[in-house]
Design a protein around this ligand. Structure first.
Ligand code: ATP
Length: 457
């Protein structure tokens, strides 16, 4: 018997699970850590790769109106003048006169330091871009910036992509990559850090079709999170007020997720109009017009930008998947991760370390590893091994027992239902393939043969 334990997941549980099981560690931990920088461990790197892969698949591979790009992190400094980052990428900050912590003044309810209650200074502007120097001489002429967003790399390559791919409007360019912001208020684990990864789309459209495409991408992006397991009631769309709108945006919505600390931005979707291409054209002196063969007109396309964070998505998928339930008097912690996102797809568990069993189990392990990330675990009781896999979100365990040596069958155990089926080893790969693709547990392709399903004992 299992029953739901009513829990609203708190951040400490997620941080502790991530630390304990090797999803995420504080950066440079042996030196005491580096404030708001994080390292993804063996499981975290798999989860993050799977999220990026699911995004890339949805927005590039499965579409014929999108292509990818991987621009460099360091860009010509003029980029940031044209984009408005050098002037406008600032936050009004206040500093506590007592403890010297800095805060974003627009986050504060009154004029007291949220940490110690001390008096705060007047707001001051502070540029969020990290500065560095290119070449051996540290002088102003050699200043370059670590990009604070991946978007600009796409804008400056617009003409290159049009010329080399012969893409016609409407079409988009997608990019995944690191971005850096010297954020003032960091925290909430990987929600806001100084080095993070973005998944950005710049979708170029005819100006008069901007509203239609804006609405299209809002829906498309919201559905992507739901498809990969986030509960719809934990997502909301929030429109930016006039005061909030960035200098480049005509309209903007955030996709917010109900994080443990409350509703916060997961992804921003903006109608940037022709701001970016006009700015870069005038700053570089190169035309970034588009020639429409149908109407024989030159014009500057409008841009719809769905801009998502890899780290915030990772946190949202983890929080939404986290669950605790009572199973036979014990709390079972599990991550209901979508199979496409789960770091490990299958665990191979021999019931004992006897040579004959190990031989079969190792053969299965080697075989399945050709297809997926698979783990092998022969330590401690089978119950404990199942719990270890539940806690990291492994959708299926394959158990090899003494009977397997005689009937050449193994047991597949399902993470969410704890149901088990017994099937021939020869059918294992096909069955797992079907189940990982979301087909019902007990139906095998192609013949639709049904295997007996039993409760875990
Ligand atoms: P916020 O208001 O929370 O600082 P933002 O509006 O500045 O975010 P955008 O510039 O719209 O963020 O960036 C697009 C996406 O990049 C965000 O929705 C978020 O997922 C991610 N992102 C931005 N800043 C950070 C950060 N410091 N740490 C982690 N992810 C970030």
């Amino acid at each position: 018997m299992t029953e739901q334990v009513p829990t609203k997941v708190d951040m400490e549980k997620i941080v502790s699970l991530c630390r304990r099981r090797g999803f995420i560690f504080p950066s440079s931990e042996i030196y005491g850590g580096l404030s708001s920088c994080w390292d993804y461990g063996p499981l975290g790197v798999e989860l993050k790769r799977n999220i990026k892969e699911a995004w890339w698949r949805a927005v590039v591979q499965e579409r014929d109106d999108m292509v990818g790009l991987d621009a460099s992190i360091l860009m010509h400094p003029q980029t940031w003048e044209a984009s408005g980052h050098l002037k406008g990428f600032t936050d009004p900050l206040v500093e506590c006169k007592n403890c010297h912590l800095r805060w974003r003044s627009d986050d504060l309810a009154d004029n007291n330091c949220p940490s110690c209650g001390g008096e705060l200074t007047e707001p001051r502007l502070f540029n969020l871009m990290f500065k560095t120097f290119m070449g051996p001489i540290e002088e102003e002429a050699n200043v370059v910036y670590l990009r604070p967003e991946t978007a600009q790399g796409i804008f400056v390559n617009f003409q290159n992509v049009v010329n080399t791919t012969r893409k016609r409007l409407p079409f988009g360019i997608a990019q995944i990559g690191k971005a850096f912001r010297n954020e003032i208020t960091t925290g909430n684990f990987i929600f806001r850090s100084r080095e993070f990864e973005q998944m950005e789309i710049e979708f170029f459209v005819k100006p008069e079709t901007d509203k239609e495409w804006f609405n299209y991408w809002l829906e498309e992006r919201l559905n992507w999170y739901v498809k990969f397991g986030i509960k719809r009631e934990n997502l909301r769309l929030r429109q930016h007020t006039k005061e909030e709108l960035a200098h480049y945006a005509r309209e903007c919505y955030d996709i917010d997720y109900l994080f443990p600390m409350g509703w916060s931005e997961l992804e921003g979707i903006a109608n940037r109009g022709d701001f970016d291409l006009v700015q870069h054209a005038s700053s570089s002196g190169k035309s970034l017009d588009y020639f429409d063969e149908e109407s024989k007109e030159h014009f500057v396309p409008y841009i719809i930008e769905p801009s998502a964070g890899v780290d915030r998505s990772t946190l949202a998928f983890l929080c939404d998947a986290y669950d605790e339930e009572l199973a036979e008097g014990e709390t079972r912690v599990l991550l209901h991760l979508h199979p496409a996102l789960a770091p490990i797809k299958v665990a191979v568990l021999p019931l004992s370390r006897r040579e004959k069993l190990v031989e079969v189990a190792k053969q299965i392990y080697a075989d399945l590893r050709q297809c997926w990330m698979v783990s092998y675990d022969d330590a401690q009781s089978i119950g404990r091994r199942y719990r270890r896999q539940d806690e990291i979100g492994t959708p299926f365990c394959v158990t090899i027992d003494f009977q397997s040596l005689e009937d050449e069958q193994v047991t597949i155990r399902d993470r969410d239902t704890m149901n088990q089926i017994r099937i021939p080893i020869s059918e294992l790969k096909n069955t797992l393939q079907a189940k990982l693709a979301g087909e019902p547990l007990f139906v095998l392709p192609p013949g639709g043969k049904i295997w007996k399903e039993e409760k875990e004992v």
